[in-house]
Design a protein around this ligand. Structure first.
Ligand code: WT7
Length: 662
């Protein structure tokens, strides 16, 4: 475990942030027609449980709940006794209401001209067919299905087909390796995998099926693999196990009776990194999750379902994609955009071209993407007509005021409010954010908890800090889309989130309240990095590094990076037998991590060092390593067993021991 306290940024380090005093009032016309007004906060505060009950009433239920909330800390049940079907709520009910012709998704493949439009009626047909196919493959309510697919319509269709059958899905991001996929399949006791031959990324077909084949050599319980043909790449085939999507889905009936499930029926498991090497399976259930996803999508993005074109640029493999590409927008009957590829293929204006061509009105992305666009230059978005945009969102990491202003001015033409939304895989939906028609936004602040949400910032002793001070972010009351537990591990659930400040949820983030009482998020206070908005644990990468035969010891830190927020920097001591490791040792180790965990975990930099700085109790001093990685002065090193270690490391760096960068 980490001594969190030492990682809370000092008041000094924050002061420059808090000198930010620009304010952006909501545009008058937006405020005049906004879905909610400032009253919302008071209404919710007067009776939060009744507030969420009203939000739940926006969904269609089989039978109504008998009790809104049963809270036996840290275990919550929402809408107790209620039944519903998530897929029915996302699809069928819109068709029944006469909106079958409305576009659910404008899908855009990465290769130019490769597009598909799916109306709600199309989506309903496809989901019903896929549900029949999964049933034919033996999937029943309660069975887990792993989804390892690119950003194609079949990904959404499969998630909804699973939801329709009450079979919890676990979507594994396509950037994860065979190993990472296998460990998730095993932890979740998955019996069926849905994948594709590959997807398009950076202008080329990128294979997925070989990783599944490799993973399954370790997963004997997987009986069936359903394979979408996307790229036409050659695939190895295991007869009796592998089935083509087009062979089994296409011929099925488009009618499928949805069964109602308990509000607390598991909807999905999403794995995320914790401060140990083993990813945590975050469990979300049906009624509360869908209620808050739909509600926040409507309120925070001021959704006008009849006219908005909503685009969340996240990958469906992460929670942002689950909540704001799939469940929230569909439950609201919105029209969304789904894009398969990268922002710079085939040119750096691809995203802005898509906004222009599809008249996107609300755009939701991560600060890392904004910073990359800033680097490429404002001339690029300037080539496109972005006047359809009316609202911009940010998520995944703190947005620095410079990026906020650029986003607002260059992308939003100075007229679009920016909502900086704080939440986590665990919270399921947005928790802290401005409301676009209500809040005067400050660049860099997520502002205040949403109506119905309780949050606080506390010190080490758990005392609420006054304005102008920093501490740990906690959530003070249960919320509908909260995680219910960690898959198969109630104990770790209690320990990780509820033991540090009993009765309150420990988010793992440092935060500060400014003089107005507004919240500024300051990054993780545990051994978890945030690289391009993706959560990656230092321990996981260290384990990957030491599993290489040339490595004796490794320490990993997240160093500040202009584009990705944090970047992975590893310090490695080689085994004696490995000598100097050879000329390619750094590349070899980087590739090894990519193979073990996935490309997203490949360190930006690996430094081969003779020693690592440790405390007398043998704990690696990551703060010092971070200072080295960021080229800062190291401050007090007297607690080191051997303070010459840092000199050695620094000298090593000066002599070019510092490895490559790309
Ligand atoms: C962590 C959660 C949930 C969306 C994607 C990431 C950081 C998220 C913000 C924000 C500052 C943010 C936090 C959080 N984070 N949004 N608006 N401002 N930090 O989900 O992988 O579960 O990561 O992302 O550190 O704990 P995730």
């Amino acid at each position: 475990m980490t001594d969190v306290a030492s990682d809370v940024p000092s008041d000094d380090a924050l002061s420059n942030l808090l000198h930010e005093n620009r304010r952006f009032e909501p545009p008058r016309d937006l405020a005049a027609q906004a879905n909610v007004t400032a009253d919302e906060y008071d209404t919710a505060a007067a009776d939060p449980v009744a507030y969420w009950e009203r939000a739940a009433e926006r969904l269609d239920w089989g039978s109504r709940w008998s009790e809104v909330l049963q809270w036996e800390p840290p275990f919550a049940k929402w809408f107790v006794g209620g039944t519903l079907n998530a897929a029915y709520n996302c699809v069928d009910r819109h068709v029944s209401a006469g909106h079958g012709d409305k576009v659910a998704y404008h899908w855009i493949g990465e290769p130019e001209g490769d597009t598909r439009t799916l109306t709600y009626a199309d989506l309903k047909d496809q989901v019903c067919k896929a549900a029949h196919a999964l049933t034919e493959l033996g999937v029943q309510s309660g069975d887990r299905v792993a989804i390892y697919l690119p950003m194609i319509p079949e990904t959404v269709i499969t998630m909804l087909a699973c939801a329709r059958l009450g079979a919890p899905h676990t979507v594994v991001f396509g950037g994860f390796s065979a190993d990472a996929l296998a460990s998730r399949i095993l932890d979740c006791q998955v019996t069926t995998v849905v994948t594709a031959d590959g997807g398009y990324r950076r202008g080329a077909a990128s294979a997925l099926k070989p990783a599944v084949d490799e993973a399954l050599t370790r997963c004997p319980d997987v009986r069936k693999v359903l394979v979408v043909r996307r790229t036409g790449q050659d695939v190895e085939w295991t007869d009796g196990r592998d089935v083509w999507w087009h062979d089994i889905v296409d011929g099925q009936s488009t009618e499928h009776e949805p069964q109602m499930f308990d509000a607390e029926h598991p909807l999905y498991v999403m794995y995320t990194s914790g401060s140990t090497g083993k990813p945590k399976g975050i469990l979300h259930t049906t009624g509360g999750y869908l209620t808050q996803c739909a509600w926040t999508h409507w309120m925070v993005f001021d959704l006008k379902p009849d006219t908005d074109v909503f685009w969340c640029s996240a990958d469906i493999g992460w929670v942002t994609g689950h909540s704001y590409i799939v469940y929230g927008p569909l439950a609201n009957g919105a029209t969304s955009l789904l894009y398969e590829g990268t922002p710079d293929t085939p040119h750096k204006g691809r995203w802005w071209e898509i906004v222009q061509d599809h008249n996107v009105t609300v755009f939701y992305t991560a600060p890392t993407a904004i910073r990359a666009a800033m680097k490429w230059g404002k001339e690029i978005p300037a080539k496109f007509d972005l006047s359809s945009l009316r609202l911009l969102g940010s998520v995944g990491e703190p947005i620095n005021p410079e990026a906020y202003i650029w986003y607002r001015e260059v992308i939003g033409g100075g007229r679009c409010p920016v909502v900086d939304t704080w939440w986590q895989t665990e919270t399921g939906s947005i928790m802290i954010s401005p409301l676009p028609g209500v809040t005067a936004g400050k660049p860099g602040s997520a502002m205040t908890p949403l109506p119905g949400i309780g949050a606080d910032i506390v010190d080490d002793a758990g005392e609420s800090v006054p304005n102008g001070h920093g501490g740990y972010l906690v959530l003070t009351s249960p919320w509908p889309s909260m995680l219910r537990t960690l898959w198969g591990d109630d104990e770790r659930y209690q320990e990780t989130y509820w033991s540090r400040f009993p009765g309150r949820y420990f988010a793992g983030d440092g935060a500060k309240r400014d003089d107005d009482g507004d919240i500024w998020l300051l990054g993780r206070v545990d051994d978890v990095m945030n690289v391009s908005g993706h959560r990656i644990s230092t321990t996981e990468i260290e384990s990957a590094l030491v599993s290489h035969p040339k490595t004796a010891e490794a320490a990993v830190v997240g160093a500040t990076d202009d584009t990705t927020g944090q970047a992975i920097v590893a310090f490695v001591i080689l085994r004696e037998a490995a000598g100097d490791g050879g000329p390619d040792v750094v590349q070899e180790l980087r590739d090894h991590v990519a193979r073990e965990i996935g490309k997203i975990a490949r360190p930006r930099q690996i430094m081969v060092v003779p020693e690592l700085p440790k405390t007398r109790s043998g704990k690696i001093m990551r703060r010092l390593l971070r200072d080295v990685a960021e080229n800062r002065d190291m401050g007090d090193v007297t607690t080191l067993t051997d303070s010459s270690v840092m000199d050695q490391i620094k000298t090593g760096l000066a002599e070019g021991g510092k490895a490559d960068e790309d």
